[in-house]
Design a protein. Structure first.
Length: 387
């Protein structure tokens, strides 16, 4: 709340300063019209308007009431000097009085309607100004007292503007704060959902994969490979329980030491060795010596490992080919097998293995995955991630 009030007061000060300086400049130009006042009155009035200029500037900087009193006293003095001119009242002098009373002095009133004490100051200042301005038209017999009308209109406008800004700024700031809180809540909910999805992928890629092997009595996998995979999963769960954040070194093998960039070639061989222990020979094509940021490497290797795991489980083959290519912006991996294949329209789109561990994982880092397969013709998956 304190910050909102400070922003409100700063806006009021700047508005009062801008209005006051503009009106002061107009008043000076009006007094410079030949015949507006005699030399002595003109010199006094212009000097006091110079003091008012300083007062408005300082009022805009600090907003202290003393600077408004300076503007008021100097403004009343300038009006009195113009009224005392030996040349008498004329169109130029009356216009100058109207501008000083209804613009130069009243501009300071913009900062006043924010507290009871300042409202009292506003009322007293208005009465002094309108009284002295009215003296300039005494005895002239004007049909329309435009000086008084202009002064009243100026003070009324300044008061209403200050009152409106004083009420509007807190409302706007409260609305902004409300939007900010809603944004933070939505962002936190999105972060929680992203973490939930990441946990689901991690569970699918590690513990569930190991449990699936155990459920099938480890068919096609050596006892040693199964033991190593179970040990990796146990170590990962132990580290997670202690508050660590997993970063994959290879699919199914996680470490807690993050890196800014990692060469892809240093990780692909580990993937090959892991699946070789599990009975699937992976043939690499192309080169893997490209650098990827750690978060992109995380998603890329996770998706690649899931594709190879699907080959091992479902393709009924013992070999898979992985071709790595890259250009200036993208790294691609094409995973191909000559297995039994399947009809794409017969696979549920929401299956966790592909939808989450492959497609969603790559989309989180700006990548994409495409799947091609038909019964009896094998399967090809194209993975793409940005560099």
């Amino acid at each position: 709340m304190q910050r909102i009030l400070k922003e409100r007061d700063r806006l009021l000060r700047r508005t009062a300063r801008l209005s006051g300086l503009i009106c002061t400049a107009v008043a000076i130009l009006t007094l410079c019209i030949p015949g507006a006042a005699d030399t002595v009155a003109l010199g006094i009035a212009l000097s006091l308007l110079g003091v008012i200029t300083v007062g408005h500037y300082l009022l805009g900087v600090s907003g202290r009431l003393r600077w408004f009193w300076l503007v008021l006293v100097a403004g009343l003095g300038a009006i009195y000097a113009v009224n005392s001119s030996t040349l008498g009242a004329n169109a130029a002098s009356l216009t100058a009085v109207a501008i000083i009373g209804g613009g130069v002095i009243s501009s300071g009133a913009i900062v006043l309607p924010v507290s009871g004490r300042r409202v009292a100051v506003l009322a007293v200042s208005f009465l002094l100004t309108i009284g002295l301005a009215a003296m300039s038209t005494v005895g002239l017999g004007l049909t329309l007292p435009y000086v008084e009308v202009f002064v009243v209109a100026g003070w009324l406008s300044a008061t209403l503007l200050g009152w409106w800004l004083g009420l509007s700024v807190p409302r706007v700031m409260h609305r902004i704060a409300s939007v900010g809180r809603a944004h933070r809540s939505e962002r936190q909910a999105s972060e929680r959902e992203a973490q939930r999805r990441q946990d689901a992928r991690l569970l699918h890629d590690t513990v569930l994969a190991t449990l699936t092997l155990l459920a099938h009595s480890g068919v096609g996998v050596s006892e040693n490979a199964l033991r190593l995979q179970a040990a990796d999963d146990a170590r990962l769960l132990r580290q997670l329980r202690l508050g660590g954040k997993p970063m994959p070194r290879t699919s199914g093998v996680y470490t807690l030491e993050p890196v800014a960039e990692t060469a892809l070639g240093t990780t692909l061989e580990s993937v090959k060795q892991r699946f070789s222990r599990m009975g699937l020979e992976v043939n690499w094509h192309g080169h893997g010596q490209v650098l990827l940021p750690s978060n992109v490497l995380d998603s890329f290797l996770g998706a690649l490992g899931e594709c190879l795991e699907n080959v091992r489980r479902h393709a009924e083959v013992t070999e898979a080919d992985v071709t790595i290519t890259d250009d200036e912006t993208t790294v691609r991996a094409m995973v191909t097998d000559a297995g039994v294949g399947f009809a794409l329209d017969q696979v549920a789109a929401e299956r966790l293995g592909f939808a989450e561990s492959v497609v969603a994982r790559l989309q989180d880092v700006g990548g994409n995955a495409r799947l091609f397969s038909s019964p009896g013709s094998g399967t090809t998956v194209v993975l793409e991630v940005p560099k």
